[in-house]
Unconditional design. Sequence first.
Lengths: 278, 274, 274, 312
Amino acid sequence: MHISLGEIERETYRKTPIHGIDGRIKILMALAIIVYAVALPRMDTMNFMKFGLLELYLIVLMLSARLDFSYIAFRFAMALPFGFGLAVFQPFLRQPFTTDFTVIYTLPMGLEITREGTLFGAIVFAKFIVCITAVILISSTMSMSELVASARRLGLPRELALLFTMMVRYIFVFWNILGRIRTAQKTRCFDIWNKNVPRRWKLTQVGYTISSLFIRSYEQGERTYQSMLCRGYNADAHVYVGKKKLGTVDFFFLILTLGIIILAQMYITSLIVIPLSK
Amino acid sequence: MNIIETRNLTHIYRGKIKALDSVNFTARPGERIALIGANGAGKSTLFKHFNGILKPTSGEVLIKGEPINNKNILDARRTVGLVFQDPDDQIFAPTVKQDVAFGPMNLGLSEDVIEKRVRESLETVRLTGFEERAPHHLSTGEKKKVAIAGILAMQPEVLVLDEPTAGLDPGGAVRLIRLINEMNRYLGITTIIATHEVDIVPLLADRVCIMSSGKIIGDGSPDEIFSTDELIRKTHLRLPIVAQLIEMLQEEGVPVKVKFTLEEARDELLRVVK
Amino acid sequence: MNIIETRNLTHIYRGKIKALDSVNFTARPGERIALIGANGAGKSTLFKHFNGILKPTSGEVLIKGEPINNKNILDARRTVGLVFQDPDDQIFAPTVKQDVAFGPMNLGLSEDVIEKRVRESLETVRLTGFEERAPHHLSTGEKKKVAIAGILAMQPEVLVLDEPTAGLDPGGAVRLIRLINEMNRYLGITTIIATHEVDIVPLLADRVCIMSSGKIIGDGSPDEIFSTDELIRKTHLRLPIVAQLIEMLQEEGVPVKVKFTLEEARDELLRVVK
Amino acid sequence: MHIPDGYIPLDQAAIYWIIALVFIARSIKWARKDMNEDMLPLLAVVAAGMFVLQTINIAASLLVPIPMMGGVSWHIVGAALAAIIFASPWAAVLLMTSVLAVQFILFGDGGLTVMGANIVNMGIIGGFMGYYTYIGLSKLSVKRPVAMFAGAWASMILPAIALAFELWLAGTFPLKQGVVLMGIFQGVAGIGEGMITVIVFGAIAKAKPEIVMNGAHNKVSTAKVAAACIIAFAGIAIAAPFLASSNPDGLGQTASMVIKNGINSAVSPITPIFPGYSIAGFGKTGEIAAIVIGLAVILILWLGIMKILKKV
Ligand SMILES: Nc1ncnc2c1ncn2[C@@H]1O[C@H](COP(=O)(O)OP(=O)(O)OP(=O)(O)O)[C@@H](O)[C@H]1O
Ligand SMILES: Nc1ncnc2c1ncn2[C@@H]1O[C@H](COP(=O)(O)OP(=O)(O)OP(=O)(O)O)[C@@H](O)[C@H]1O
Ligand SMILES: [Mg+2]
Ligand SMILES: [Mg+2]
């Protein structure tokens, strides 16, 4: 399954209420959920209910945005490896912030799986999943350019906004250039796994490809800078973002999100703690 | 008064490549000028001096009679709008609207005025409805038009276009030529166009300059320029096809006068036939 | 036997844009074919199927009678050499020599053979002496030639050129056309050229295919194709200028037959005048 | 090698963010003032180029796969390369910041709370150490390709070690194993990075000699190089006892206690906003209030930081 960079914005073109939420609100929603999830204590079984609720909320939003399933699966697959790797180790580790460990299983060669380690691994992984879901949700429901514009409206400094705006634009240009270089190489029978060709030569070719792309991007930068000068650009220039008012729907979603977070913190705690204490 | 004037303009790239060699060029308000020349003649290099993008190695550039210096360079850029050959060099904002608004924004105009200018220039190039489209999903012709709109929104007095029809199919080229002529006629904008497609030259210029190896070696009406056959051939160019055909007839002894546009040639040939 | 054949070839980009729509195209060894069509007609997309760079959404491509599959795709690429529209897409090595050697190197040839092929193909395109030059310091025309040399060094049986004259000045275009014709005549290479510059079509093709909206809607000799005036105009193209002139004369009642090259038109007009 | 969200507790992540922001602010200033022209557009475009280069391993089959021992998928990072080409480590900081932000949004690589840490590792440590290793070795008249290789290699291995320390401080991964594991992976990848950096730099120097600011390298004052060396040695000196100790966690606990106390006093205004903490004696309403206030404070803080950044 391949999704090329050119297609990665595909899902953002849909028109659903979720896509329609103002970019600023979406950023704040994601920010709130991520910060809340990361801030939850690292050794608490109650967390799972909270993560569950947040994740459920995010998935409901994803479903109402009618995002393509295989696309979402691919996005997850792309983001998972390193985080998953780190989590998988946890059951075997003695985390420094806990002292009592209960061994629940002993593998050959003296490897011990502890309950605390497993719990921590699971929690850290759950945090990671919630955060990734939030990011995938916002990046699939708004284009990169909208995201930058919204961040700008939220107060991102104009230098960074300009940097990101231009970067986003040229990522797509260079993605095409790289694709074309690759195609040209294929046309002339280049194959990195070709056994008849010295490895050194192949590595050199890769180096050339990279330098070629780099030089082109640099020259493109010079030309673009010139064309910006032609249009009166100077160091104090702004990026045009235009005005946009927040609507009722936008506030509704912001409040809904904050409500869900409060619900997660309050209600779920009481749901479990109260019956248990009775 | 000349709106653009260069005096003994010389440009040397990297201390080695002499791209412009003592060029004296003038443009009066309202003129339609074509600059023709082979690949590497120095057309683009000359254009980049018109609004101070490149600095002369020697000589000077005058806009409305004033030499360009650091103080009035922004005025020069407001007066002379330069459209690059490759629209990808020029369009960098994520939506068409934002891109067109970039120039006016830099002029420090108010939101309302910017809105209005963006709307009007998109109307002029007939791209209304494209405001929110991403430039990387447009066709070559549409990108060219966005690039022109971005310059028009700054309301320049001179429009300088570097090979505007390159890469366009005949249909697209004809529409673009019409657009350029309309801007000259109805908005009173001076237009200066670089190209090596000689067939379109009689359609969009009243005055033609030939460049070769960094020098302007010919300047006159299309009729005058294309009559100096030798000059044209020496510079890797050719006559418009219509003129070539008539010349071939002349050589066979047919008493026709050389013409450069289809309509004129038709009338001339009809005269001979009847 | 057909050296290239497509059967009901359809290509849909990103599940949405139908760039090719059931195309049946054939090329016999030694033919000179031109593929004309407006911007976005699907010419480049079709070309990229000829050597398996793009995979058909449906339908199939046969090279020398065999459908392209993963096993014979390298053979297909060796048989069909594709030169891209923009030479910058194709040239990435730091010197001309290394770039031309790139293809033969991938074929696993010996050093000596590679040396020889590089020398020969640079000779063919008349670039001997450019071996150590850096490609990005070359002119547009020279870059185009390097791109062609890089393909020639692989000794393909079919040479497929995507808009070879785009961006070249008339002098450069004429020389390139001559080069393409020589390769067809003396090396026996089948040449297939995509372009929207209709004036050059009669000079480099014996057979013309018109594409429009992903379909081949016309196929025949230049005379046949350019006689179907309506078809041509419908597809944003135009007749060669020579033919346009003669048509205008016809409308005025002059009894001339439509011709497409300068020489033929001259003879035809001479016949009428005398 | 991007730390994902959740693997570093919020308080520590905040520290890294603050460090990163200081450096970003300074690098923006560099782009505006220290360069003769406004370099931002150029940097943006080069950053886009770098980003595209970095996607190379994500769709290896589509793009240029890089043959490595055992077929480990790997991609160029380019921090050292950027610093060397622009003759300033600030370029690397700015470049890596933009690249990391876009990678996070488009690919979910890395995270939001931990982005500060990732910028510190790859942009700041990678950029500065890579660049000054190169300059330092050049000054000792080591051959340029060798110095460059060493710089690029250092820009890969040092961030990996820093990352191991950060994960260890976060309690997510044991120190020694982390250093060994990340060290080996990035050490091997660093060989590729070094080779590619040398090849690419060579090609650029040949193709566009005016880009490569050769003169600028020689002008870098020895004092700066020395300062970088001292910082590097200090870092190693602080790190070494933990690595050498048979019980780094014990040592770490003491250290982290010291650090925590420091952190707590430094960021005590932030501490109560973490939703895990409740306002004593207020019961449920108090907890809700804590969350709401907490989120509000985070937002205000963010806007505030942006405002401050804008002024720099
Ligand atoms: N940035 C540059 N650095 C060095 N040399 C350059 C640069 N730009 C152009 N040149 C050289 O200057 C000369 C004039 O180039 P210029 O681009 O002005 O030609 P042109 O008439 O616009 O050609 P074309 O029709 O191909 O666009 C050429 O020899 C070219 O190689
Ligand atoms: N990579 C791509 N992704 C999506 N659509 C594409 C892609 N490449 C081409 N297209 C679309 O497919 C259609 C055919 O494009 P193609 O490039 O084959 O046209 P063309 O005849 O070569 O045009 P031109 O004369 O401008 O080169 C166009 O509508 C184009 O927008
Ligand atoms: Mg030019
Ligand atoms: Mg094409």
